[in-house]
Design a protein around this ligand. Structure first.
Ligand SMILES: *Cc1c(COP(=O)(O)O)cnc(C)c1O
Length: 361
């Protein structure tokens, strides 16, 4: 009998979510973002599914792109942070990666490079995120320098990134779009702005390419429920099982630091999943889990390999019963909020120790 933990990956849900993205922007090309091991789901598994459905893939670094090429992925792959040193441009050209140019250093490396093949460039413009991107006012200059470098065969795509698109009450997204439109004005370039929240909630942000990541994994990135997100289906369902059950008296404590005290005679189920398996240690008492499909709350601190759950209201619970930590029936965002974080972080931190099991291939 093996340890029962699984991160189940529903690939039918993944395909469905890609369809939702396409449906929202039928005129745009779709770049599926699979950085950070596809947000912890497994970059190769996810990219194999998505490469025929999306128009391109995107990752954070050349290492991530090489991993996909080595696994036989032939789709175009954009490096969202560009190259980190000049030498990587040659590898990108050879393997057909698309490169972001987002600062003066990357621009000079491209100008000085002698490449085996031209590279397709995406020029990133800073419209207010202030993390990456060339100043919006200098877009024309960088566009011209990319063209003049002789190292790119076609026109660069111009793109930007939103800081607050998950908040429909914020003015920042409209301000960023207005600045982006001015920056691109008159340039013969395709444009791209929307991440998942941009695509879900900001119709004007669709442009020629959309770049969804998080929503493809079936969760809403929006700060408040949004109608365009309601059809998304979670790809990852994290499951474990009950390995022990006990009765404790009122006043008894559970777990490290004795930080949960029974207010009544209680039944405690121990589940074999902990922070060593990707379940967040900071999840508070009361964080919901599903035991046999019924909600129950965390009771006591998360251990490395185990959690303890108050199942006083679920008298049937016994050893071997299935427990869902998030996914189908229990929204990732709800669990994340009990851990003071966002769903992005929970799936992305899923360690190799937790087996990924594909369903609906
Ligand atoms: C990560 C990333 C995305 C995808 O963002 P989501 O919120 O996951 O959809 C899109 N564009 C860029 C530049 C990114 O870094």
């Amino acid at each position: 009998m093996a340890r029962p933990n699984q991160a189940r990956l529903d690939l039918a849900a993944l395909r469905h979510n890609l369809g939702v993205a396409r449906g929202l922007a039928p005129q745009s090309k779709v770049m599926a973002v699979v950085k950070a091991n596809a947000y912890g789901h497994g970059a190769v598994t996810i990219s194999r599914q998505l490469q025929s459905l999306a128009d391109a893939l995107a990752v954070a670094s050349i290492e991530e792109a090489v991993e996909l090429r080595d696994a036989g992925i032939t789709a175009p792959i954009l490096l969202l942070e560009g190259v980190f040193e000049a030498r990587e441009l040659g590898i990108a050209a050879q393997l057909g990666f698309w490169v972001t140019i987002d600062n003066e250093w990357q621009m000079r490396w491209l100008e000085e490079a002698v490449l085996p093949e031209p590279v397709h460039c995406w020029l990133k413009v800073d419209t207010g995120m202030h993390r990456l991107g060339v100043p919006a006012a200098r877009t024309d200059e960088f566009y011209a320098r990319i063209k003049a470098s002789g190292n790119t065969g076609d026109n660069p795509v111009i793109y930007t990134h939103f800081a607050s698109a998950d908040d429909v009450t914020s003015d920042q997204t409209s301000e960023q779009m207005a600045l982006f439109d001015r920056a691109c004005d008159g340039l013969p370039a395709l444009r791209s702005a929307a991440n998942s929240p941009g695509l879900l909630a900001w119709p004007d942000a669709r442009y020629d390419w959309v770049r969804p990541g998080y929503m493809l994994y079936g969760n809403s990135p929006m700060a408040a429920p949004h109608p365009n997100a309601k059809d998304l289906q979670p790809v990852m369902t994290l499951t474990s099982a009950v390995i022990s059950v006990r009765e404790i008296a009122a006043g008894e404590a559970v777990g490290y630091g004795a930080n949960w005290i029974a207010a009544r005679p209680s039944r405690i189920a121990t589940v074999t999943i902990g922070y060593g398996d990707g379940y967040p240690r900071v999840a508070a008492n009361g964080t919901p889990v599903l035991v046999n499909g019924h909600r129950a709350g965390l009771a006591g601190r998360v251990s490395m390999d185990m959690i303890t759950v108050d199942v006083t209201e679920l008298p049937e619970v016994q050893v071997g019963d299935e427990v869902v930590l998030w996914g189908k029936g229990l929204p990732l965002a709800e669990v994340a909020s009990h851990a003071g974080t966002i769903g992005y972080e929970l799936t992305t931190r899923m360690p190799a120790r937790t087996p990924r099991v594909v369903i609906n291939d």
